[in-house]
Design a binder for this molecule. Structure first.
Ligand code: PGA
Length: 252
């Protein structure tokens, strides 16, 4: 049974004092919560501050992106070697990276492979646009993103996949739990099984896109859904803590 994982993607928000304060509040709010892996993904510049703020608690820290090479002439980039001393997780292939920074399935593949080799747990994001969904291509798009994103990777131990339909991100218009479960139990899980056999069943698959305290339990009730990648609601400590508590309580 894959672990329940709730990850907060802060995106490009908060200043350094606010980041530490938010992390501290989450830590305090979750002292008694068990049953879910909780990950905070602040902007890279705040990773160390947030790591220190949650020290001594089960709350973990993740990056929002990374380069695939260990080091070199890549101005502005951060390598897996640099991250691996600081955090345990890294979001890769988020739709905003694909949309605004030209990340392709192939590039995501290089990053996922590199993260796994460096002992980081990749949260690989996949998701279709509204036009793709309305054109009946959601399943094939997701299947391709998983297949190419994980191509030629031998050992996926530690991998997490997040299904984030692009039309549901930051719009307040979450997918229905049934739509999410259909993609997660279908194209995502089935492609993982074809590629990785029984190891595929250890991969936690998260839903992302307008998750909030009011809808998280309905997602968690679905068998194929093991947690959430939370954007906007992760910027409010009380909301994020509530989401974690509700998700942990809803675990099948
Ligand atoms: P949202 O973002 O919860 O604000 O929709 C989710 C994400 O982009 O990971």
């Amino acid at each position: 049974m894959p672990n329940t994982v709730i990850a907060g993607n802060w995106k490009m928000n908060r200043d350094s004092a606010e980041a530490v304060e938010l992390a501290r509040s989450v830590k305090v709010g979750l002292t008694k919560v068990v049953g879910a892996e909780v990950v905070l993904c602040p902007p890279a510049i705040f990773l160390i501050g947030v790591r220190d703020a949650v020290h001594g608690s089960p709350v973990k820290v993740g990056a929002q992106n990374m380069h695939w090479e260990d080091s070199g002439a890549f101005t502005g980039e951060i390598s897996p070697v640099m991250l691996s001393g600081v955090c345990d997780y890294v979001i890769l292939g988020h739709s905003e990276r694909r949309q605004f920074f030209g990340e392709t399935d192939k590039l995501v593949n290089q990053k996922v492979e590199s993260a796994l080799q460096h002992g980081l747990r990749p949260i690989m994001c996949v998701g279709e646009t509204l036009a793709e969904r309305e054109g009946g291509q959601a399943g094939s798009v997701i299947e391709r993103q998983v297949r190419v994103g994980l191509a030629d990777i031998i050992d996926i131990t530690g991998l997490i996949v997040a299904y984030e339909p692009i039309w549901a991100i930051g719009t307040g218009r979450a997918a229905t739990p049934e739509i999410a479960a259909e993609i997660m139990g279908g194209p995502i899980r089935e492609t993982l099984r074809v590629m990785f056999s029984t190891v595929a069943d250890e991969v936690s698959i998260l839903y992302g896109g307008s998750v909030n305290p009011g809808n998280v339990a309905s997602f968690m009730c679905q068998d194929p859904i093991h947690g959430a990648l939370v954007g906007g609601a992760s910027l409010q400590a009380d909301q994020f803590v509530e989401i974690v508590k509700l998700a942990a309580a809803a675990v099948k």
